[in-house]
Design a protein around this ligand. Structure first.
Ligand code: AMP
Ligand code: MG
Length: 410
């Protein structure tokens, strides 16, 4: 049994980075990963402009202004946003300006309208500004040809704003990893099949498909594979032709019908991980394939128990998929310290993950253990889970109100 941290490091060392990129439209770029640095096509701001509503002035004219010594300037024109100034501002002159409007030639400072009084075509400045005040200088946010954003950045709302502002309407992104999902087990049926005695619904197919999508990869549902070596072999071979990463659940324990590891060996795969010292999720197979047969493919054989399958996905598969998707940083799980509301129990032999909810309050993070049985076959009390409390090896109990490390999964 590999310790969790060693298994994680091993897995991440096996992940190949995405080689393929594609162009997607701005509308389709949300959630994708930028594949190239984007050079700015122009200066930001594009021209000197005003940060406030007020008057564009020459600092030299108004440096002595005060409540008792107002400075009168002649207003040459009004410059609304979206139009070029038509006149320069000469000595003794000012232009009425609105937020975002271009600064007229000759002006170097903005006086906000709150410290002025308008009298016909004159304006009285009642307070001296700082030199250059409220002028946003051309290129002060980003200069043309400087990088706007680097490769590896996930595209969310702010990044879309930057791409749109730069008129980058075709966005270079990494191709998303394709993830085949196989459910192994003679007992499994689809949610629409009436259950016969001994049968259960293949819920892992849905859970894993959802989690794959959540990390920005594309699930390829490959259905239920019976516990027959030949059927399993054929399913894995088919998956190798369609996916970058293959996830199977079930069939990796030491039972009579657990064939995954044997079939992988039969296919010439290298088995790098076979079990990890975590609970739930001890049986976990990680394999790669020989050159010519999908050398850049990664195989995860997850345990069949629904909770074990999810915990191993969150702990080991999700970081690998995020790394494979080209994310530059932050692919590892997020751990935060929290105060547990309930006492937590563990066996002490394996790193133990207890599911529940992380609640963030002004007084800090709290961990609320899910009520009901904490065994790996109980998927019912998983609903609502957004965090797993981690009880380290060697610890058998953490009392209520003590600090526990929590892995955020929501
Ligand atoms: P296994 O790892 O194949 O021994 O399966 C362990 C347990 O998980 C058994 O009780 C299975 O019935 C259950 N199980 C296996 N695969 C699935 C699945 N796809 N969906 C829900 N439960 C499963
Ligand atoms: Mg099975």
């Amino acid at each position: 049994m590999l310790p969790a941290a060693e298994a994680e490091a091993k897995i991440l060392s096996l992940v190949s980075l995405p080689a393929e990129t594609e162009q997607v439209s701005l509308d389709a770029a949300l959630g994708r990963i930028l594949a190239q640095s984007i050079p700015s096509p122009l200066d930001f701001p594009h021209w000197d402009n005003s940060a406030m509503d007020g008057y564009a002035v020459r600092y030299d004219d108004v440096q002595g202004a005060g409540a008792g010594t107002p400075v009168a300037l002649t207003v040459t024109e009004t410059i609304p946003a979206g139009r070029s100034p038509t006149l320069p501002v000469g000595p003794g002159q000012a232009a009425r300006i609105l937020t975002g409007s271009m600064l007229p030639a000759g002006a170097d400072t903005i006086v906000i309208q709150e410290v002025t009084r308008r009298e016909g075509d004159r304006v009285l400045v009642l307070e001296a500004p700082q030199p250059g005040q409220f002028v946003r200088r051309r290129g002060s946010f980003c200069r043309a040809n400087d990088p706007l954003m680097g490769a590896g950045l996930p595209i969310g709302g702010p990044e879309l704003a930057v791409l749109a502002a730069a008129q980058c309407v075709q966005v270079p992104v990494f191709r998303q990893p394709r993830v085949a999902i196989l459910s192994t087990g003679d007992e499994l049926v689809s949610p629409t099949t009436p259950l016969q005695p001994g049968q259960i619904v293949d819920s892992n197919q849905y859970a894993l498909g959802a989690l794959v999508r959540r990390v920005g990869a594309v699930p390829i549902p490959m259905g239920i594979v019976p516990d027959q070596p030949q059927a399993l072999k054929a399913a894995i071979q088919l998956a190798l032709t369609q996916a970058d990463v293959i996830l199977s659940s079930g069939g990796v324990s030491v039972g009579d019908f657990d064939y995954v590891d044997d079939i992988l060996a039969d296919l010439g795969a290298m088995l790098h991980v076979r079990s990890v010292a975590v609970k739930p999720g001890k049986p976990l197979t990680v394999a790669t394939f020989p050159a010519g047969q999908g050398a850049d493919r990664l195989y995860f054989g997850l345990p069949g128990n629904p909770v074990s399958a999810l915990v191993t996905f969150w702990r080991f598969v999700a970081p690998a998929l995020r790394q494979r998707s080209g994310l530059g940083e932050g692919w590892g799980p997020m751990f935060v310290p929290a105060t547990t509301r309930h006492g937590l129990k563990a066996g002490g032999q394996r790193e133990t993950y207890l599911w529940g909810r992380l609640e963030s309050t002004p007084a800090g993070h709290w961990f609320e253990l899910a009520s009901g049985g904490h065994n790996s076959g109980n998927l019912i009390n998983l609903a609502g889970t957004n965090a797993l409390a981690v009880v380290p090896v060697g610890t058998t109990s953490i009392p209520a109100n003590e600090t526990v490390r929590v892995m955020v999964v929501g």
